[in-house]
Design a protein around this ligand. Structure first.
Ligand code: F6R
Length: 608
């Protein structure tokens, strides 16, 4: 969601703050701000509506200080504006706060603080924190004590960094539901809500736990709990490559991440295929064969693309392991008082590992005694820590807001889970071998699809001007259609509908016209004839068809075709999805969209 950075050390904080914010901009990009404790006392603050580049342009050369905090925002309370941008200050402009999350009792706190004389200058929930901390920061009180006392009155989620003009030798940070990472340097310390802002400066990091605070000074840090007990945290080393945080010569992160998929799929598979027994090694599941055999159902929970990847996962598990499996949006599940069954295995899916709805769904399952595994990309993230076991994707950092490589790796992870479960149930060694070889072939097959990027760009330019697009697929193809439609609308803003091809004649056929082309998934499987019949029905209504297929349909059935290499039928959806990523990307470019930072969105949704 929003991004936080902070610095304390011998250097000027401002260059790190601005660079760190630019790195975190994918997390929120409607406004940004910085505050530094000036060398001559007092705070200097700049905040603007707009991008980090607008903030950098607004920061004068004399804006210097050895201690500073910064923020890039994705608006929840109050419109994007200079006034609503963080940091937020108290009346005396002594305390500055940056915050990710939601203060649920902000209205109540605001009323009390206003009655005591606080003057509010923004519509944000965060502003109450500045006033509340200031109210506790009486003469002689250490900043950490004031922050601790203030947070004791707060209901909600937060990651915060606090700067005090009168105690510029420290920054106090706290985490409850929104990540805070400390970066350890040489006689300097960094803070960020995400390691991507830190990796250029240090690889030694400490992830705060929920309910933990830290006092950060230039020569180190002290962590403690909300009831002031000191905690002992060992730093860990960030192992993702620095290159992952650059566009590496590609025009956009999205294009780079689409092209990284052969490598990211190899990493997801790395060391997990067991050719001898034609199965997958998944030690992190923490479930032995006997426990796995007792599972009667699988319920997959995720949001957005993670939910669609879960739909593909559910099909893989049903097909290979013959265990009933179903994917549901975590954002719905958590609100419907779900029945939690002892013999159901719950699997939470999340690239970021931070999505609040998914985390809340996991917590609800666990509260009712259910067992939850995680399929997560970000190591050590909140969802990964909350689960009883799981699989890390190792897809590498995904910076572009739209998920591509993490989506593909999630489906690969489900193929491994399905293979493992299947071989414990009734999947034969021969079928296990069939899936193992197909998984090994995927990276090269993805390369074959990526080689068609230019041709897909031409098609995208032709189709991008349409009034909308219909995506259709049958059974295995339907989640592909849903993900394809999602990708197109989120980055190109072209309206897209996804339908099971079988459902077209039950209503949406009425929409078909030359202005609303259909992107049809036409794998060469047992449903090929049915899919070709559907294409005929569309063409009979003057619809335009772009087929994504293993074999080119007759010219009278499709206007254009992208050919995809054939895998095993269970794994075909994974490859059929790659041209749709390229189609969405090139359509967005053709329409001049801000591909990596689409409007109204942010990379991870850590609020309700
Ligand atoms: C789509 C997209 C979102 C995310 C969703 C879940 O391209 O990026 O739909 O997939 O917000 O995010 P994670 O996987 O981080 O839980």
């Amino acid at each position: 969601m929003c991004g936080i950075v902070a610095y304390i050390g011998p250097k000027d904080a401002t260059p790190f703050l601005l660079e760190g914010l630019a790195r975190l901009e994918y997390r929120g990009y409607d406004s940004a701000g910085v505050a530094v404790a000036g060398r001559t006392g007092g705070l200097k603050v700049r905040k603007v509506k707009g991008r980090v580049a607008d903030l950098a342009a607004a920061v004068p050369a004399r804006f210097k200080g050895a201690t500073g905090i910064g923020h890039t925002r994705w608006a929840t309370h109050g419109v994007p504006s200079d006034a609503n941008a963080h940091p937020h200050l108290d009346n005396a402009e002594r305390i500055a706060v940056v915050h990710n999350g939601i203060i649920e009792n902000a209205d109540e706190l605001r009323a009390k603080l206003a009655a005591d004389g606080a003057v509010f200058r923004s519509e944000t929930d965060t502003e109450v924190l500045g006033h509340l901390i200031a109210a506790h920061a009486a003469e002689g009180v250490e900043l950490e004590e004031a922050v601790r006392a203030a947070l004791g009155k707060v209901v909600g989620t937060y990651g915060i960094a606090v700067l005090d003009a009168e105690q510029p030798d420290r920054i106090v940070v706290a985490r409850n539901g929104s990540p805070i990472v400390l970066g350890i340097g040489e006689k300097e310390m960094f803070v960020a809500s995400d390691v991507s802002a830190l990796v250029r400066y240090t690889r030694q990091v400490v992830h705060l736990e929920d309910g933990e605070l830290a006092t950060v000074r230039s020569d180190g840090f002290r962590t403690f709990t909300e009831d002031a007990r000191t905690t002992h945290r060992q730093p860990s080393t960030v192992d993702w490559e620095i290159d992952s945080y650059d566009t590496g010569g590609y025009e956009h992160f999205l294009l780079k991440e689409i092209h990284e998929q052969p490598g990211s799929v190899e990493r997801t598979l790395g060391g997990r295929l067991d050719e001898r027994f034609a199965t997958a090694h998944l030690g992190g599941l923490n479930l032995d064969a006997r426990e796995l055999r007792e599972i009667r159902r699988v319920k997959i929970l995720g949001c957005g693309s993670a939910y669609y990847a879960g739909e593909m996962g559910a099909q893989l598990i049903e097909e290979l392991a013959r265990i009933p499996a179903h994917s549901e949006p975590a954002s719905e599940f958590r609100y419907r008082n779900p029945v939690i069954e002892a013999d159901t295995l719950y699997i939470a899916v999340s690239q970021s590992g931070e999505t609040y709805d998914t985390l809340a769904a996991v917590q609800e399952v666990k509260r009712k005694g259910g067992r939850v595994l995680g399929v997560v990309n970000t190591v050590g993230s909140a969802i990964a820590r909350e689960c009883d076991g799981g699989i890390y994707l190792h897809a590498g950092p995904e910076i572009s807001v739209a998920s591509t490589k993490a989506f593909t790796s999630t489906v690969v992870a489900f193929a491994l889970i399905a293979l493992h479960f299947g071989r414990i149930h009734d999947l034969s060694p021969a079928d296990g071998r069939r899936i193992v070889s197909a998984l090994k072939a995927l990276p090269d097959q993805i390369r074959e699809v990526l080689a068609q990027s230019d041709a897909i760009a031409e098609l995208a330019a032709e189709y991008a001007g349409s009034e909308g697009m219909m995506f259709i697929g049958r059974v295995r193809g339907y989640p592909v259609a849903r993900e394809g439609a999602q990708k197109l609308k989120e980055i190109s803003y072209v309206h897209a509908e996804a339908y099971p091809a079988s459902e077209l004649k039950h209503g949406p056929l009425a929409l078909i016209s030359p202005e609303l082309p259909t992107i049809a998934l036409v794998p060469d499987d047992e449903l090929l004839d049915k899919n070709l019949t559907t294409l005929g029905e569309i063409k009979a209504r003057s619809g335009r068809v772009l087929a994504v297929a293993h074999r080119r349909p007759e010219a009278k059935l499709a206007d254009h075709c992208v050919l995809v290499p054939k895998s095993e039928p269970e794994l075909d959806p994974l490859l059929l999805n790659i041209p749709l990523q390229l189609l969405a990307y090139h359509a967005a470019v053709a329409l001049g969209r801000d591909v990596d930072k689409p409007r109204n969105l942010a990379k991870s949704v850590t609020v309700e």
